[in-house]
Design a protein around this ligand. Structure first.
Ligand code: XMP
Ligand code: MG
Length: 179
């Protein structure tokens, strides 16, 4: 899919820029967790492309699990409500958890997950997010591994969707707000 087939999109980060950033994040995680075996908790569905690339850059004996929560519907506005749609397969007691997210926006999703994982007895919980949109933050959350910080624009691609579309784009783009 070329940029010219998508006139409603303007590219923010190219596939090459994203891959370079992911390699750097993977190297940082590999160094920070040397000798340990962190559990990557992937937040479905948006974080799947990021997690798939990130995990292959981490040179450690990692494990993976998946969780699904809902915060946005088919709209570009947050409902402010978080609901657990699919829980983890396994206990995370004593585990060193790295939550893998596509984007941190209001922070509501992450603060819900951080609270829940700490209550469940995780040994540590950190966050890796491809994108950080700090302008709209409603909850203070620390994101240790950030791909890119972005302005307050609605973005799609590399896992991020608008009404379930565009997740397959290998780049991140701003969606024209007139659409
Ligand atoms: P919160 O507000 O809880 O949001 O930090 C996290 C979730 O909101 C979605 N989100 C977006 N999805 N383009 C998208 O396609 C965006 O610009 C955007 N901003 C937030 C996303 O699902 C994320 O996991
Ligand atoms: Mg999401």
């Amino acid at each position: 899919m070329s940029e010219f087939d998508q006139p409603q999109l303007s590219v923010l980060f190219t596939a090459e820029q994203i891959q370079a950033r992911i390699r750097a994040l993977g190297a940082a995680i590999t160094a920070d967790y040397a000798g340990r075996s962190p559990l990557l908790v992937v937040v479905l569905k948006g974080a799947v492309p990021f997690a798939a690339d990130l995990v292959r850059t981490i040179d450690l004996a990692v494990t993976m699990d998946f969780i699904a929560v809902s915060s946005y519907g088919a709209s570009t506005k947050s409902s402010g409500e978080v609901r657990l749609l699919k829980d983890l397969d396994a206990s995370l007691r004593e585990q060193e958890v790295i939550i893998v997210e596509d984007i941190v926006d209001t922070g509501l999703t992450l603060s819900y997950l951080l609270d829940m994982f700490r209550r469940r007895g995780a040994a540590s919980v950190r966050v890796a997010a491809l994108l950080d949109k700090p302008e709209r933050r409603q909850r203070e959350v620390h994101v240790t591994y950030v791909g890119f910080t972005i302005p307050n624009e609605f973005v799609v691609g590399f896992g991020l969707d608008y009404a379930e579309r565009y997740r397959n784009l290998p780049y991140v783009a701003i969606l024209n707000p007139s659409l």
